[in-house]
Design a binder for this molecule. Structure first.
Ligand SMILES: *Cc1c(COP(=O)(O)O)cnc(C)c1O
Length: 391
C-alpha cells in the first residue's frame, strides 16, 4: 500500500543525509559510463582535484563507494597495526561508535570520557600524550563536529596540544558533518587523515566516503599491519594517478560530486560557512525563546550545522518528532545513544536558506505546542530577529 500524496516538499531537517538540490539530482540523472574509458577519466580527475580544494589539502583525497563508517575503517586499517594504542575522546555517539570500531579491529583504545555536551579538551589530550613516555599511542582520533550533540571541537587547538607534548602520534579527524559547511583545513591544521562523507555538507545522496591523507599518514601506511583489502590506499592511489579506480566506482555519485563542488565554489566556501553560521545562530535564538535547553554547553563550541535540543522532563522527544513529521511533513534528528528520547536534533546544513529554515522552525514550534510543551515565547520571531539583524 502506498501512502497518499503529500503536497509540497518534505523538509529533511536531520543532520544528514541532507536535502539534495535539484541541480545535483539532474547532474546524476545520466547513463552510467564506462569507468575505464576517457570520459570517466576526465570526470575522476576533476573531482579528485576539486576535493583537495574542499578539504584544503595539497595531498590526495581518496573516494570510496561507502558510507562514512567505511571511511572510518579505512583511516584505521591503512595506518595502524594490531595492538596499537589509539587515543579517542567521548564527545558523543559518533565518537563512541568510532571507538567501538577501533576495539573490534584489534586496537587498544584509551577513551577520554566526556559528558556528551562538551568539545574535546586539548589540555587533557596533551596530558595523556605527555604521560605516554614510551610513545605507545599511535594515533589521536577526534570528531570535529559531534553530530549527536551539536558540539564542535577545535581541531587546530588539538593539533597544538599534540605538538606541545612533542608526540609523534598520527592525528585523525572525522569531519563528516562539518565538511563544506564549517571551516575545515586538513593541511593547515596538520591533520594526517580526515574522514568525510557525501551526504551532509556536500549535499549528495549517501554513498561516498573520503580519506584525505598526509605524507606522514602515507609513510605509516607502508608499515601498517592491520589486514586491509577493499580499503587499501595503495591500490586506490595507483589507479587514481591515472584517473581511474581499482574497482567499480559510484560513477553517478561522482557526477553529483562534480556538481556539488561547482555549486560550493560558485557560492564561495567562506560564504557557505557564513550562511551556516547565520542559520545556526537563528536556530539557537529560537530554541532560547522557547525556553528549551541546548545540548551544547559552551557557546564557543556551538555547531553551525545542527542544534541539539533537550525536551522538558516528562516529554518524549521521539513523540514530539513523530508529531512534527505526521502533521507538518518535517523530519528531525532523534536523540542518539545516551540522549535517546531526551533530545532531538535540528539539522540546518547543506542546501538551505532562511525561508526554508523558518518554515522548519515554525513546524517545530507548532509541534512542540501540540505535544504539550509549554513554550516561554515565539522561537520563530526570535529567529527572524537574528536574520533581520545580520543581513
Ligand atoms: C553521519 C556521521 C557518521 C556516520 O556516517 P555514515 O555515512 O552513516 O556511515 C560518522 N560520523 C559523523 C560525525 C557523522 O555525522
Amino acid at each position: 500500500m502506498s501512502e497518499p500524496y503529500r503536497a509540497g516538499r518534505h523538509f529533511l531537517q536531520i543532520p544528514g543525509p541532507t536535502n539534495v538540490p535539484d541541480r545535483i539530482l539532474r547532474a546524476m540523472d545520466r547513463p552510467t559510463i564506462d569507468h575505464r574509458g576517457p570520459a570517466f577519466q576526465k570526470l575522476a580527475r576533476s573531482v579528485l582535484d576539486g576535493l583537495k580544494r574542499i578539504f584544503r589539502t595539497s595531498g590526495p583525497v581518496i573516494v570510496y563507494p561507502s558510507s562514512g563508517t567505511g571511511a572510518w575503517e579505512a583511516a584505521l586499517v591503512n595506518t595502524l597495526s594490531p595492538g596499537d594504542r589509539v587515543l579517542m575522546v567521548e564527545t558523543g555517539h559518533f565518537a563512541t561508535l568510532w571507538k567501538e570500531m577501533a576495539g573490534r579491529l584489534g586496537l587498544e583504545v584509551v577513551f577520554l570520557e566526556g559528558d556528551w555536551r562538551s568539545p574535546v579538551d586539548p589540555a587533557r589530550v596533551e596530558a595523556v600524550l605527555a604521560e605516554d613516555r614510551a610513545r605507545r599511542i599511535a594515533a589521536v582520533c577526534i570528531v570535529h563536529n559531534e553530530t549527536s550533540t551539536g558540539v564542535r571541537s577545535d581541531v587546530a587547538a588539538v593539533r597544538r596540544a599534540i605538538d606541545r607534548a612533542r608526540h609523534p602520534a598520527l592525528f585523525m579527524v572525522d569531519t563528516i558533518s562539518s565538511l563544506a559547511s564549517m571551516d575545515y583545513r586538513h593541511g593547515e591544521w596538520g591533520v594526517d587523515v580526515t574522514v568525510g562523507g557525501s551526504q551532509k555538507g556536500l549535499m549528495l545522496p549517501p554513498g561516498l566516503g573520503f580519506n584525505a591523507i598526509s605524507e606522514k599518514a602515507l609513510a605509516a601506511h607502508r608499515t601498517a599491519r592491520l589486514p586491509r583489502s577493499y580499503w587499501d590506499w595503495s591500490a586506490m592511489l595507483e589507479a587514481n594517478a591515472k584517473g581511474f579506480f581499482p574497482y567499480t566506482p559510484a560513477t553517478n555519485l561522482l557526477y553529483g560530486l562534480a556538481e556539488a563542488i561547482a555549486m560550493l565554489e560558485e557560492e564561495g566556501l567562506e560564504r557557505v560557512f557564513a550562511r551556516h553560521d547565520r542559520l545556526a545562530a537563528a536556530t539557537r535564538a529560537g530554541v532560547g525563546a522557547w525556553g528549551l535547553e541546548l545540548v551544547a554547553r559552551d557557546p564557543a563550541s556551538y555547531s553551525s550545522t545542527l542544534t541539539g535540543v533537550f525536551v522538558p522532563e516528562g516529554i518524549d522527544a521521539d513523540r514530539v518528532r513523530a508529531t512534527i513529521l505526521e502533521r507538518f511533513d518535517v523530519s528531525l534528528g532523534a536523540g542518539l545513544g545516551k540522549l535517546a528520547r531526551r533530545a532531538f536534533r535540528i539539522g540546518h546544513l547543506g542546501d538551505l536558506n532562511e525561508a526554508w529554515l523558518l518554515g522548519s522552525l515554525a513546524a517545530i514550534e507548532m509541534g512542540l505546542e501540540l505535544s504539550g510543551v509549554r513554550l516561554s515565547g515565539s522561537g520563530l520571531r526570535a529567529a527572524e530577529r537574528v536574520l533581520l539583524e545580520s543581513p
